[in-house]
Design a binder for this molecule. Structure first.
Ligand code: P6P
Length: 336
C-alpha cells in the first residue's frame, strides 16, 4: 500500500504536465475533476450497503439494461461536475442515449466518453465494479462540440483510465506515457501512487471468458479456448479460468498479474451480433491502457481495437485483450 508520504495523483499529473511546456493545464484540470468525481462515487459505493442506494432504480437505459440506483448516482455525479468544468466540449455516457452537451460558456477542447459504473449488476453482491473514461481532443469547428468529437478511433485518445471500487479504490490511467496506478487513502481522501509504470506480463496462464456461451461461440473461438485447456508440458497444467463478470475487475487482474480476457461474438445473442462490450467507453480506453502497459487488444477477427473508426456512440465490439503473447496466440487461432 502506498505510504501517505508518497506521490499523490495530483503531483504525478502536474509532473507529467511539466514535461510538456506547450501544455495549457486543461488536461490536468480535466483529470482533476474526474478524480473528484471518483472520490464522491467511491464514498457512495462503499456506503451502498448502509445507505438506501442498493438495488434497482426502476428504469432501464439505452442498452435496455436495468439501471441500478448507484448507476444513476455515478452518472449524475460525473455529468454535473463535467458540464461546467470548462475543459470539455461534449460528453457521452453508457447511460445516456445521445451526446451530452456542456453548459454554454463552459466549452473546452476535449471530448469525454465514460461508463459511469460498469458491472453494476454486481453492486448488490459486493463484487468490484468500476468507472471507465476515454478522452479525445476536440476536432469540430466552433466552441460547442458534436458527435464527431467522440467518434474518433482509440489510437487518437489523449488519455484513458478507470477507477475500480474493490477491496481498495484504485485509479489507473495513461496519457500515453506509461500506465500508473493510485490507491485511495479514504482517511485523507487522497490517491497515492501505489503502482508506478505498470507493465502487463508478456504471457500468463489465466484466461477470462463466460463459458456459459461455449455452445454458441464460433468455431475458431471454441478451438482457442479448447487449446487453453490442454495440459502444458512445462507446467503440467492447463490455463486457469478466472471470470468475475465485471470488466474493470477482470481487466485489472489481468493488467497486474497477466492473462487474457475475451468477450467474443456468439451465435445466440442475435440482438448483439458484435458482442456485448461497447467500443467508445469500454474497449477503446482499456485497449489504450493495455497497449501502454505492453499488451494488446483485438477483435475476434483479428483487427486492432485502437484502429476501429466508431460508427456510433454505443457501438459494440468483440474484445480479446491482455498479455501480448496470449493475444497473439489467440489471433492465430481466430484468423487461421
Ligand atoms: P456476461 C457487466 O454487465 C458487463 O458489461 C461487463 O462489465 C462484463 O465484462 C460483462 O458485462 C459480463 O457479461 O454476459 O458475462 O454477464
Amino acid at each position: 500500500m502506498a505510504k501517505r508520504s508518497g506521490i499523490t495523483i495530483s503531483r504525478q499529473i502536474m509532473d507529467s504536465q511539466r514535461l510538456h511546456p506547450e501544455a495549457t493545464g486543461d488536461l490536468t484540470g480535466l483529470l482533476s475533476e474526474l478524480i473528484v468525481a471518483a472520490k464522491i462515487i467511491s464514498a457512495e459505493v462503499n456506503m451502498a450497503g448502509l445507505a438506501d442506494i442498493l438495488g434497482q432504480s426502476g428504469s432501464t437505459n439505452i442498452q435496455g439494461e436495468v439501471v441500478q440506483k448507484l448507476d444513476e448516482f455515478a452518472n449524475a455525479t460525473i455529468k454535473r461536475r463535467m458540464e461546467q468544468c470548462g475543459y470539455i466540449c461534449i460528453m457521452a455516457s453508457e447511460e445516456d442515449d445521445g451526446v451530452i452537451p456542456v453548459l454554454e460558456g463552459y466549452e473546452g477542447k476535449y471530448a469525454l466518453a465514460f461508463d459511469p459504473l460498469d458491472g453494476s449488476s454486481n453492486i448488490d453482491v459486493n463484487v468490484s465494479i468500476g468507472t471507465i473514461f476515454s478522452i479525445h481532443r476536440k476536432r469540430s469547428a466552433g466552441a460547442s462540440g458534436d458527435e464527431s468529437d467522440l467518434l474518433q478511433k482509440g489510437a487518437d485518445q489523449v488519455a484513458a483510465g478507470y477507477i475500480i471500487y474493490g477491496s481498495s479504490t484504485m485509479l489507473v490511467y495513461t496519457t500515453g506515457e506509461g500506465v500508473h496506478g493510485f490507491t485511495l487513502d479514504p482517511s485523507v481522501g487522497e490517491f497515492f501512487l501505489s503502482h508506478p509504470d505498470i507493465r502487463i506480463p508478456e504471457r500468463a496462464r489465466y484466461y477470462s471468458v463466460n463459458e456459459a456461451y461455449t455452445n454458441y461461440w464460433f468455431e475458431p473461438t471454441r478451438r482457442y479456448i479448447d487449446y487453453l485447456k490442454e495440459i502444458d508440458p512445462d507446467s503440467g497444467r492447463p490455463y486457469s479460468l478466472r471470470y468475475i463478470g465485471s470488466l474493470v475487475a477482470d481487466f485489472h487482474r489481468n493488467l497486474i498479474s497477466g492473462g487474457i480476457f475475451l468477450y467474443p461474438r456468439d451465435s445466440k445473442s442475435t440482438d448483439k451480433p458484435d458482442g456485448k462490450l461497447r467500443l467508445l467507453y469500454e474497449a477503446a480506453p482499456m485497449a489504450m491502457i493495455v497497449r501502454e502497459a505492453g499488451g494488446l487488444a483485438i477483435t475476434d477477427d483479428g483487427r486492432d481495437i485502437l484502429e476501429i473508426e466508431p460508427a456510433g456512440l454505443h457501438q459494440r465490439v468483440p474484445l480479446i485483450i491482455g498479455s501480448r503473447a496470449d493475444v497473439e496466440t489467440a489471433r492465430r487461432f481466430l484468423t487461421g
